[in-house]
Design a binder for this molecule. Structure first.
Ligand code: MN
Ligand code: MN
Length: 463
């Protein structure tokens, strides 16, 4: 063997995705990313993502899974978990006793939720008080255009859907930051303290109610606008889920248009990659399951989070149809926990181990473990599980790379992986590398989005 062959044979030398892609794949990538961008514009909250997924699933021939339903190979079913998470399955040729091929991603993203009693007036400006959801750098959410999304449950049982700030003719909302001229004290604070949670107050209006000389005329005028448009009264905020998200659409980024910028790629970029292939699936060998969960950003807790028994309920209904034990099914299942990871950022090289960090345009990132400071909270996939994914991706020509979330002592993060593994399901983390994760505007590469969708396709197909 000459030295060049020796190098080729012995050393692991990942290649840039664009050096591996042919013209047909490039066309497919562009068309996939257009569809993804449209999904992002339609789905900025978990509820909107579920609404989108239900409509797409119905169109693709999926029907709601009912207990006791008789299921045969090729049947397509789904369950809408209270409008906030969704589970889909395509029944395979093999018995569920052989296990299922599962993908699990999350459709919630960091944002600012309205407090239960949010509306107030100060100095003749009307505001919403918020409580942020998930991990955010608070200063990033000031002085940018914001939109209001959500639902309000009214006393008479009517549920009102609210969206303000997304159409070109809509007004947007905003949190103010301090002018630099008067920021002598603020500029001495840390980034964590420069803007506090209680300062994330959203400006709603400044016009007083005409012909009124009572208190809080601006607040009353704003409430009147909400009443005219949605029939709301102030007490309705108590039974609402209203949330403030960045306004605007998913856009191409870079002169070469190779990136996509949007709010909430984490983790709708993996959610869409998992959703689309299952909608197009024929009859797989093993039953294919896709879970789009809520509440990952606050610990996968609650009725719509990945720790919820809602997953058991759905899987048990599938298993019951085949007289198979749920625990046996779990024991033989495989799950790809599909969540984003950090792309290497040359602006902050000191935070990562460059040799083990994912890079833009090198394909879907496989993460053996997430967690922080000594793998705390990680699922930590076994050699066998990693080996399965390696073989699977190889067999389906999926371009992948390895990922770890930052330097060992720097921090870290979690995903739904541990909650799947706790169920006795072999689980590996994989997903799209992201720049400025959890910022109001996150960046991903089109190539990695496309490859992650190919990876999910491979999971459903199996080895
Ligand atoms: Mn995530
Ligand atoms: Mn996240």
């Amino acid at each position: 063997m000459n030295n060049e062959t020796l190098r080729e044979t012995l050393l692991f030398q990942p290649k840039h995705g664009y050096d591996r892609m042919n013209d047909a794949q490039r066309t497919e990538m562009e068309s996939y990313c257009k569809e993804y961008a449209a999904f992002m514009d339609a789905a900025k909250t978990e509820r909107e993502a579920v609404t989108y997924a239900v409509a797409a699933a119905e169109k693709a021939g999926f029907r709601p899974l009912a207990p006791g339903m008789e299921l045969k190979p090729g049947d397509k079913v789904y369950r809408n978990n209270r409008g906030k998470s969704i589970l889909l399955a395509v029944v395979g040729k093999e018995s569920l006793a052989q296990g299922a091929n599962i993908t699990a991603a999350h459709i919630d993203s960091p944002r600012m939720d309205l407090k239960p009693n949010p509306l107030y007036e100060d100095s003749e400006i009307a505001y919403f008080k918020t409580h942020y959801y998930g991990g955010i750098k608070k200063y990033q959410w000031t002085a940018i255009p914001l939109a209001l999304h959500g639902v309000v449950y009214k006393k008479n049982g009517e549920v009102i859907t609210v969206t303000i700030g997304e159409s070109d003719t809509d007004p947007v909302l905003c949190v103010s930051d301090l002018l630099i001229h008067l920021s002598a004290d603020q500029m001495k604070k840390t980034l964590a303290e420069g803007i506090t949670g209680e300062q994330l107050n959203v400006i709603l209006g400044t016009t007083p109610l005409a012909g009124d000389d009572g208190a809080d005329r601006v607040k009353l005028a704003v409430m009147n606008l909400l009443h005219e448009k949605y029939g709301l009264v102030e007490e309705d905020f108590l039974s609402a889920e209203l949330t403030i998200v960045p306004a605007g659409k998913c856009r191409e980024v870079g002169l070469d248009r190779s990136l996509l910028g949007a709010y909430g790629h984490d983790d709708r970029v993996c959610s869409f990659a998992a959703l689309l292939p299952i909608l197009r699936l024929g009859t797989p060998e093993r039953t294919a399951v896709c879970v789009l969960a809520d509440k990952e950003e606050i610990g996968s807790v609650g009725i719509s989070g990945m720790q919820s028994q809602c997953f058991e309920s759905f899987m048990a209904d599938l298993c019951d149809g085949q007289k198979v034990s749920l625990l046996r099914c779990f024991e033989n299942s495989f799950c790809l926990s599909a969540d984003v990871t950090n792309a290497f950022d040359p602006n902050f090289p000191e935070t990562c181990d460059k040799r083990n960090n994912s890079k833009l345009n090198y394909g879907v990132s496989i993460c053996k473990y997430t967690g922080s400071r000594g793998k705390g909270g990680a699922s930590d996939a076994s050699a066998e599980a990693m080996g399965y994914v390696r073989s699977l991706f190889e067999a389906h020509n999926v371009v992948w790379q390895i990922a770890t979330l930052g330097k060992v002592d720097q921090g870290g993060g979690g995903t739904v992986a541990a909650y799947m593994a706790n169920r006795n399901i072999v689980t590996v983390d994989a997903g799209v590398p992201v720049l400025c994760m959890h910022a109001p505007w996150e960046l991903v590469s089109k190539y990695d989005c496309y490859m992650t969708m190919k990876a999910m396709e491979a999971v459903y197909a199996g080895l």
